[in-house]
Ligand binder design. Structure first.
Ligand code: GCV
Length: 898
């Protein structure tokens, strides 16, 4: 088989990007491979050129960064690709080149042994046998690879040698990455070795096909209580994972895992393992520690009970008979309602070691999650602190875990917050293997509706030096096993991909970045962003720099318009985890408190006067956080309770920082739209339009966040914004002040999620009550459709204006809206986005902007809302601003994420 490598400068990007419907993608994929297989049998042919005929199919490639079409059209160099040996992974590696060759050029050829150019792929052992003159390093470890280019007899010989078969596959992907990024053959020898042995993604898929915290459609693994019949997308996922060196995939939710140990399910899991195996991705699974009782018929699940031990041994043997290379188990126990060893007065080490003993003979590992805490804490107890839990529970157990146990620690002490400090537990375990858990799925960071590139956040944690024993111990070196000389360690990324992968094209940069960082945590976030963009969107330098800048700005922007100074994500923590809901973190047992009142804000976690959490850090770090003078501003309120007027290192008061950072954050979100708009005509038009709508939505939702936080803390503190913005919206006309026909005024809950706390509904008035809060996950009773309107008389200056309509796009129906000026419709749209909640609040408050509309004093502005089923076409306000000159304000903009 042959591979073609471009030898000329790149042409402008192809119009190719990702497919939209899975059905379409599957059909195209089947067609493409049917043709590809046929071509393989064209023995003796030299080249078959199919690019023209297949260009349309290539446009639907769904492999994210593996859609290497950007170099199509460049002049190829032909290579004979020679896999050494029959190992499936080496064959997969060779297949990748063939696929790429076809994908880029629509060209295939065969049996052309006289080619001067060759790519040889195999294990180091096989390469040495076949090419004794090639000096393959003698100490290539498993998973590592060596790529070497020479030019014998005027040709080019590229050797990809793996420390083992997996290494060969990773080497092939690394070589393809160089081609895809540069269009060039690498001139220098490349040698690479993964920093961490455990590089897994975790999926939180349920057997019914739903995914906890998944935002990219239903499960690719399960439906209807079983493993899906069609696992073709699982193979494609494994391919994506392997391309960035991920070697394990835990496929089921850590919550409710017991049914996955039933015999039929094990058979199905074996099919998943088969689908991933050619890519070197090993199956792992979550298990419920109470399984012996829940599905095994025992009266107990006490980890020290011999019958329980025997049950696990037999169950693990049964699993390995079906899945001989199972990577291991993940356990969530004594946490958020999951059963655990505490029921029997046993420790996490007892539970972990029970499973470890059963897995050890098969080479499996236990990833025991340190996410163990009491979610019934007493808010009135000023010493109670959820952040303390992991260290308090696991530190005393250091050294008590079996060698094949790895304690899996979330990066922060709370829960995947957009801003929180690194967990002190990383330095609290010296004789225990550790892995860091991050979240690729954006549960608390905008749920893929917001662009938030997470590599900078993960890097901040990886690079953080915990100074254990007063020496350099950055977290990355701890989880690599280096700092405390541990044999195992790694990174786990909670991915939750669905049939639409992560549900948003740019969110795939996070999956890519996770794999790259687990392989090499010394890579920079910028470097990874550039790699991903070059492979995925365009090789045009101006596009790369724009997209990279946007990615790098996105996390700081999100932090700016959501939480502040370490208060964490001020979202609805008992519900969606999406929109603003400040009170939801307070006065309950969940412990995500920020303790604000009229005088000040923040959790006192000092040793001197607070919960003592700071004392869990090694002394040098503890000292830095303990003192106000040295505590970094960005985490101030995580560690200290201070008055609103406390002056930050920046010189601003805390309250003024709240105002400024939220206005800044919303402006940064608007900038993302403008930056993306500059890419028009430079990138694939489908991607351009899709992402533009997403960014416009995000910019609108950033305003919802900004206003919620600003008006809430303005009221709480009673201290005005010294720039006069908070609570003053000169261009805003509130729905509750309009001339209403049919619409009725109601109080929005939480109040800060609507401008001035009020909105109007075209359905029954929603009265908050105890019952309302209990039933909030359910839709209100559907109503007959009715049409209502709100009308204002415009009194501002004459000119072209953008008119933003802020409405609530609820689940439970598709309401319709129309904006009219003097009775003439200027825009109409459907509220058909998929946003959380059946009730109007910050989860679904959405902005539609009609751009560049001429208006003059005395004009009648009218919004007509038509309710549908349980969606009452609720309306918050309209806002009229001079038409934006920015490229981002393109025509009428619908801003609905699908
Ligand atoms: C799988 C958070 C999420 C839960 C998740 C839990 C965990 O609390 O909201 O959905 O449960 O973390 O990591 O176990």
């Amino acid at each position: 088989m042959n591979f073609a490598i471009p030898t000329q400068a790149p042409t402008p990007p192809s119009p190719a990007f990702r497919g939209t419907t899975l059905q379409g993608i599957r059909t195209m994929r089947r067609e493409r491979y049917a043709i590809l297989n046929k071509i393989d049998f064209l023995i003796g042919s030299v080249l078959v050129l199919l690019a023209g005929a297949l260009a349309a199919h290539a446009q639907t490639a769904d492999q994210a960064w593996l859609d290497h079409t950007l170099w199509r059209g460049t002049k190829p160099t032909l290579f004979l690709v020679r896999p050494l040996g029959e190992n499936p992974m080496v064959q997969t590696a060779a297949q990748e080149f063939r696929r790429e060759f076809y994908h880029l050029y629509g060209i295939s050829g065969a049996n052309i042994d006289e080619f001067g150019n060759q790519i040889v792929i195999g294990t180091a052992t096989d390469v040495r046998k076949g090419y004794p003159h090639v000096e393959v390093p003698s100490n290539l470890a498993p998973d590592s690879f060596w790529i070497n280019t020479t030019h014998p007899r005027g040709g080019t010989l590229i050797i990809v040698a793996g420390g083992d078969e997996c290494g060969a596959l990773y080497g092939a992907f690394a070589l393809l990455r160089v081609f895809a990024e540069t269009g060039q053959i690498p001139n220098e020898t490349i040698r690479s070795h993964p920093a961490m042995s455990i590089r897994w993604v975790d999926e939180w898929d349920n057997a019914n096909g739903a995914i906890e915290r998944g935002y990219g459609g239903p499960s690719i693994f399960f439906d209807n209580g079983h493993v899906s019949d069609d696992l073709s997308q699982v193979s494609q996922y494994a391919r994506l994972l392997a391309s960035v060196g991920i070697n394990g995939c835990n496929v089921n939710n850590v919550n409710g895992a017991a049914p996955f140990l039933e015999p039929d399910m094990i058979k199905g899991l074996a099919r998943i393992a088969d689908a991933m195996r050619p890519w070197g991705v090993r199956l792992a699974m979550s298990v419920d520690i109470a399984s012996p009782q829940k599905i095994g018929g025992l009266k107990t699940f006490d980890p020290l009970d011999p019958a329980v031990k025997a049950w696990w041994t037999a169950k693990v043997n049964e699993i390995y008979a079906a899945i001989p290379d199972l990577a291991g188990f993940t356990v969530k126990a004594d946490s958020e309602g999951q059963p655990g060893p505490a029921s029997y007065g046993r420790s996490p080490a007892d539970a972990a070691n029970l499973l470890a003993a059963a897995l050890a003979p098969h080479g499996g590992v236990v990833l025991y999650r340190a996410f163990v805490y009491n979610n019934h804490l007493d808010y009135n107890d000023l010493k109670a602190d959820r952040a303390r839990a992991a260290y308090d529970i696991f530190h005393p157990l250091d050294g008590k875990f079996a060698p094949n146990v790895v304690v899996q620690i979330k990066y922060g002490p709370i829960d995947f917050q957009a801003e929180e400090p690194v967990s002190p537990l990383f330095a609290g375990l010296r004789k225990t293997n550790e892995a860091m858990e991050v979240q690729i799925t954006q549960e608390y960071t905008g749920q893929q509706r917001h662009l938030v590139y997470l590599a900078p956040l993960w890097k901040e944690k990886l690079d953080f030096d915990l100074r254990a024993d007063n020496r350099a111990t950055p977290v990355k070196e701890i989880i690599e096993g280096k700092s405390f000389n541990r044999p195992l360690g790694g990174m786990i990324g909670v991915s939750c991909v669905g049939r639409d992968w992560l549900g948003a094209p740019l969110a795939m940069a996070n999956l890519y970045a996770f794999g790259r960082l687990a392989w090499d945590p010394n890579l920079s976030a910028e470097q990874i962003a550039a790699e991903w963009t070059r492979q995925t969107i365009s090789n045009n330098p101006s596009v790369i720099s724009t997209v990279d800048a946007m990615l790098m700005q996105s996390w700081p922007a999100y932090v700016d318009y959501t939480g502040f100074l370490g208060t964490q994500t001020l979202t609805d923590i008992t519900g969606s985890h999406y929109g603003p809901n400040i009170e939801s973190s307070e006065r309950n047992g969940w412990g995500q408190w920020h303790r604000d009142d009229a005088n000040g804000i923040g959790m006192d976690r000092t040793v001197a006067t607070g919960t003592g959490f700071i004392g869990q850090y090694p002394p040098q770090v503890a000292k830095m956080y303990e003192w106000l003078a040295t505590c970094p501003d960005k985490l101030l309120l995580f560690f200290h309770h201070v008055p609103w007027t406390y002056k930050l290192h920046s010189g601003k008061t805390v309250i003024q920082h709240v105002y400024d950072s939220h206005y800044k954050g919303a402006a940064e979100a608007a900038d993302l739209v403008n930056e993306w708009a500059t890419l028009k005509a430079k990138i694939d038009p489908t991607l351009f339009a899709d992402e533009l709508a997403r960014l416009q939505y995000q910019a609108g939702h950033a305003i919802v966040w900004r206003d919620a936080i600003v008006q809430y803390f303005l009221k709480e503190s009673g201290i005005p914004d010294n720039k006069g913005r908070a609570g003053h919206y000169p261009g805003r006309l509130e729905a509750e002040d309009a001339r209403l026909t049919g619409y009725k005024i109601f109080d929005v809950h939480p109040w800060e999620d609507a401008s001035a706390g009020k909105a109007v509904t075209c359905g029954p008035v929603i009265t908050p009550s105890r019952d309302f809060f209990r039933r909030r996950a359910q839709p209100p009773a559907p109503q007959n459709s009715s049409t209502c309107s709100a009308e204002w008389t415009y009194s501002g200056p004459r000119g072209r204006h953008d008119i933003a309509v802020q409405y609530f796009d609820l689940q439970g129906g598709v309401a319709h809206f129309q904006l009219e000026v003097n009775g003439k419709p200027v825009a109409s749209w459907a509220a058909d986005a998929k946003l959380p909640s059946f009730w109007p609040n910050g989860d679904n408050s959405t902005r539609y902007t009609a751009s560049d509309i001429p208006v003059k004093r005395g004009d009648l502005l009218r919004v007509e809302g038509t309710s549908d089923a349980s969606d009452p076409a609720a309306l918050d306000y309209i806002e009229i601003e001079p038409a934006s000159q920015s490229a981002g304000s393109v025509s009428l903009s619908s801003a609905n994420p699908r």
